[in-house]
Design a binder for this molecule. Structure first.
Ligand code: ZN
Length: 242
């Protein structure tokens, strides 16, 4: 073989090697981009698979609304606790509940109903029954706490059914931040109003009316507005998951 043709062969071999290497590189880049596209396309699917979760929180009757029942504790012949100042719990729960109602009503996704809008007595049995008849997506009972020791203070949230726990947690989280009171936690309790409710139900003890400091805050208009916003935000955070 001539020296020049050997050189030509080497050149040709080098060209072929380059073509093979380049093709390999292009192919692996193509594979990489394809797998990246697949990964990004599969993300929303994964989210869809986990997010809707519980049926009870789905909007009712094909509308885009969640029904929220706000329950101002006590009323009429049942005054509830007597605060450190002698003021009655039933007046506090009504004042705060009306503010929660006003807050939630501003968001068209919510249809908001109250168990009472004035100083009337509603049977304990009647309250959960209203929630069940309404097919409410959430039942929020609002109270002020009482204890014989006036030093006891703080915010606590109660629930009974397991599917009410997250609602309790979401509302409590906001409530505690807003009241600035001692965090007494989220607790499971078999109270009738919670037990009888077929849908997520929580019972808020915003603070201790028998504690002078808690009561002074709770009866102030500004504190009530902030507390109402916190309860509404907790409810919104809960429904934002669906
Ligand atoms: Zn009460």
């Amino acid at each position: 073989m001539k020296r020049s043709s050997r050189k030509q062969l080497q050149n040709r071999r080098a060209i072929w090697m380059s073509i093979i290497v380049l093709t390999g590189m292009v192919w692996s880049l193509y594979k990489l981009s394809a797998s990246l596209t697949l990964a990004s396309a599969s993300l929303p699917l994964t989210e869809l698979a986990v997010s809707p979760g519980k049926n009870h929180a789905a909007p009712q009757n094909g509308t885009s609304r969640y029904k929220i029942l706000i329950d101002p504790g006590h009323g009429g012949k049942d005054p509830g606790a007597a605060g450190a100042s002698g003021k009655q719990e039933k007046a506090y729960t009504l004042a705060l509940s009306k503010k929660v109602f006003d807050q939630l009503r501003q968001d068209p996704v919510f249809e908001v109903v109250m168990t009472r809008t004035d100083d009337t007595f509603v049977e304990l049995e009647g309250r959960a029954q209203i929630a069940n008849e309404l097919d409410a997506d959430a039942f929020i009972s609002i109270h002020g706490n009482t204890y014989k020791d006036p030093d006891v203070s703080g915010t606590e949230t109660f629930y009974y059914a397991d599917d009410s726990f997250v609602l309790a947690q979401k509302v409590h989280e906001q409530l505690v931040k807003s009241t600035g009171f001692k965090d007494r936690g989220v607790k499971k309790e078999g109270w009738k109003v919670l037990r009888d409710s077929k849908h997520p139900a929580v019972f808020l003890e915003v603070g201790y009316l028998t504690n002078r400091n808690n009561e002074t805050d709770m009866l102030s208009e500004a504190h009530q507005i902030r507390t109402a916003q916190a309860i509404a935000n907790g409810i919104k955070n809960y429904f934002a998951r669906f």
